[in-house]
Design a binder for this molecule. Structure first.
Ligand code: MLT
Length: 253
C-alpha cells in the first residue's frame, strides 16, 4: 500500500502530488488544515516514502493505487484533487471509478495528452534521469515551478524535495505521463463540483489550459492565483486554502 500523510478532520480530500515531488509538496495544508477537510496525501510508488517498482508508472496504475488506499482507509467517496501529474492521476481515477469521486480539485494541470514531440521529449528526459540522476531535471524545472519572487525557504525546500526523488521512479513516471490519455471526455461527463486552479505565471499548465477545463466541466469554478507559477499551492498557500474550502464547503479559519 502507498505511504500517505494525513491531516485535519472532516470531508476526505485525496490530494495527489506533482512530479517529481511527494506528499511533502502539500506541507502548508498538512501543517495547517482547512476546517472541515481531512487531507489524505499519498506518495506515488518510488516517491517520498512509498516503495518503488520497476517500469513505466501509468496514470491508471497510480489511480489504482489511490483507489486501493481509499479502500484500505474505508473511504468510499472523496473529493479527489491533484497538482499537475497528480491532476492527471485524479482524472484517470475519475475514468476508472467515477462513483468514488465526490468533487474534483484540479490544480496547475491539463486535460490533454502529450503530442508526438512531447512523447519524444519525455523519453529523452527518462533516459537522462537514468543516466544522470535528478540534478539536470531539477535545474531545468525549478525556475518553471516557482516565480522569481518565491520565498527562498520555499525554493530551497522544493529543490531538496525534488533532488531526494528516486531517479528510476521519476523515469518510470515520466514514461507513464507520455502514455496518458486525453481526459476531455470524462471531464465533459463529470457532473459533480469542481475547482480548477491555475497559477497566473505558470508556463507549463497556465490559465488558458485551466480555462479550457473549466469551460468543459459544468458547475466548475476557475481560480487564477496571482504571484504563482506551476506550484501555486506552495507559492501562494493563503490563496490556495480558500479554493479548497470553497470546493469542500469548509471554512479557512
Ligand atoms: C508536474 O509538475 O507534475 C509535471 O510538470 C507534469 C508534466 O510534466 O506534465
Amino acid at each position: 500500500m502507498l505511504h500517505y500523510e494525513e491531516s485535519g478532520r472532516g470531508e476526505p480530500l485525496m490530494l495527489l502530488h506533482a512530479f517529481p515531488l511527494s506528499s511533502e509538496g502539500f506541507w502548508p495544508l498538512l501543517e495547517k488544515p482547512v476546517e472541515g477537510v481531512r487531507v489524505i496525501a499519498p506518495d506515488f510508488r518510488g516517491f517520498g516514502k512509498s516503495a518503488a517498482t520497476a517500469g513505466p508508472q501509468t496514470m491508471e496504475s497510480m489511480a489504482d493505487d489511490v483507489l486501493e488506499l481509499m479502500a484500505a482507509l474505508e473511504v468510499t467517496r472523496a473529493y479527489v484533487g491533484g497538482v499537475s501529474m497528480g491532476g492527471y492521476v485524479a482524472m484517470a481515477l475519475l475514468r476508472q471509478d467515477p462513483g468514488r469521486v465526490k468533487g474534483l480539485l484540479l490544480c496547475n494541470t491539463q486535460m490533454g495528452e502529450d503530442d508526438e514531440a512531447g512523447k519524444v521529449k519525455r523519453e529523452a528526459t527518462a533516459k537522462d534521469l537514468e543516466a544522470n540522476g535528478m540534478k539536470p531535471l531539477v535545474e531545468a524545472m525549478l525556475p518553471k515551478f516557482l516565480t522569481e519572487k518565491a520565498p527562498a525557504s520555499v525554493v530551497e525546500r522544493v529543490k531538496k524535495l525534488m533532488l531526494s526523488t528516486n531517479p528510476t521512479a521519476a523515469a518510470g513516471a515520466t514514461r507513464g505521463m507520455a502514455l496518458r490519455l486525453s481526459s476531455k471526455d470524462i471531464l465533459a461527463r463529470f457532473a459533480g463540483p469542481a475547482m480548477i486552479v491555475a497559477g497566473a505565471q505558470d508556463s507549463i499548465t497556465g490559465p488558458e489550459k485551466a480555462k479550457a477545463m473549466a469551460d468543459l466541466v459544468s458547475g466548475s469554478t476557475l481560480e487564477v492565483i496571482e504571484g504563482a507559477a506551476h506550484l501555486a499551492n506552495l507559492e501562494q498557500p493563503e490563496a490556495f486554502r480558500p479554493a479548497v474550502a470553497r470546493l469542500v464547503g469548509g471554512s479557512t479559519r
